[in-house]
Design a protein around this ligand. Sequence first.
Ligand SMILES: Cc1ncc(COP(=O)(O)O)c(C=O)c1O
Length: 463
Amino acid sequence: MTDSIDAPPGPEGSQEIAGPWADERDVVAAAVEWAARRVLRPGDPRATARPASELAARAGQTITAEGIGGAAALSLFDQVLEPATRAQDGVLNLAYIPSAPTDAAIAFDLVTSAANIFGGMWEAGAGAIFAENEALAWLVRLLGWPTTAGGCFVSGGTMGNLSALAAAREYTTHCRGGRPGGGWRLACTTEVHSSIRAAARILDVGVLEVGLDDRGHLTGDALRQALADSDDVFAVVAPAGTTNAGVIDDLADVADVCTERALWLHVDGAYGGAGLAAPSVRGRFAGIERADSFIVDPHKWLFAPYDCCALLYRAPELARAAHAQHAGYLDEIDREEWNPADLAIHLSRRARGLPFWFSLATHGTARYTQAIEQTIATATAVAEAIRHFTHLRLIMEPELSVVLFERPGWSDAEYRAWSRRNATEGVILCLPTRWHDRFVLRLAFVNPETTAERVIEILADLG
Ligand SMILES: Cc1ncc(COP(=O)(O)O)c(C=O)c1O
């Protein structure tokens, strides 16, 4: 092993060429230096969206015939633009589903960009795709799926869900010899992520809404009842970690019903799928080993930067049948090789799984387990403290790392005001959500560096 890495040799006989971009060298150095500093320095939690008119006034004309120059553009980004974007990795950013990439993953994102790999086809991106597949194989092992399972990385959970459901619809249409007269429907509860309804609209399929239990789960019984009179359902979507409350549907019972009715089971683990690597909650995912497709976003709880969703199929050949694109100029591609372009709705793609692979390879899966367990422990400790506070009420025990709680007596306006004040002061980003038609507060933990003590201290003063 050497301590330093020499610059890679250029092609034989290569030399500096004066071309249209000949003056870029200084820009490259400055941009890389800026990035290196940012990796190691947390973003300012007070950074917040500014109106476009204010940004326009401060930025001035940025696109000009002559160009404003790299130094000016970078300075603009540093002084005006980045301060108007929220750092997703702040330890007290606990809203939506945040992101907490490792430094290794972010640094390797730069490497991935610099290598500018076409990750759609094996013949162009073999090395990168091999590494991506190594990371996917770890997820396949966590799922308990056969080693013949596989998939690819897409931009996010929305694209992953859409691609999986497109494959499910294609397969079911093929098996049933056509689509039903009234069209297909997918079955799910109201607690699925909004991207499932978006996928249904794009795929031109309906939604069969299945009732929830009082904690927000889809159960086997409810699904069986809902399906009793329908033969137009092509897939069941079950979240493994709902966005709002972090609960996992009753996957084993749901899988039983899917087997009985020969239905495709898609598990949306965009946020919660990371919990498969945590022994303390792994049992809650029982039944996932029988799903047909699955997604998890490494940019959520698997410590990779945006934008990265792992999309997996139990039988990748079914995805190929739905997604492979054909054209004169593509027909020479070797379809026996692993071509990620054949497995989702995309063709050109960056090898966006590489930062996740690099972080996993660098730190090892045991450290991943430890980091995920750490966030679960933090969520559990915060929930425990809330249960003991007399001014707060815990809505339910967290199943993963989302905590819902309320401040009895507060109006919607008071929730909003508290949340906004703390966000603008950079104290904590904790937004209200709706639970059973009322306002409650929500904390989503994905960052192992968030401490329960600091969150509890803030909540002690709430109101
Ligand atoms: C359960 C679930 N599914 C899908 C998505 C959509 O993922 P993305 O924002 O990466 O498109 C989210 C986002 O929060 C989610 O929580």
